[in-house]
Design a protein. Sequence first.
Length: 135
Amino acid sequence: MTEYLRGQMAKMANVNMETLRYYEEMGLISTPIRSEAGYRLYSEEALSRLTFIHNAKQCGFTLKEIKKALLKSESSGISIDDFVKVVDKKMDRVRNEIAKQEIKLASLADLRTNLLAKDKHPGVQSTLEILKMES
């Protein structure tokens, strides 16, 4: 069984050493065994879990959601169908967030257009006056 020191594990998992400790405290990875000198020794399984956590975070899952999935997988397991449902819910949330961001983007585009217009909308003119900007 290969074991890695904290610095080695952090480098391989592309996280900082404090993140490893935080993940231990949260229960995302198990507490590593200690060497005779007291150094933490991480296993290949810890590296696999860190890779899973990284990938899940890249997909937008929170650490709370990741922990829930890990705990469920350890106790009763997760079926592919259940996992697909979770992924579908996450995709719906991302789509909703994108829609909200598109509304903001459209509002900003309108504001930009009004800022550059010769005949400015009264609300934009008022904003310029509040900000003490020339029109």
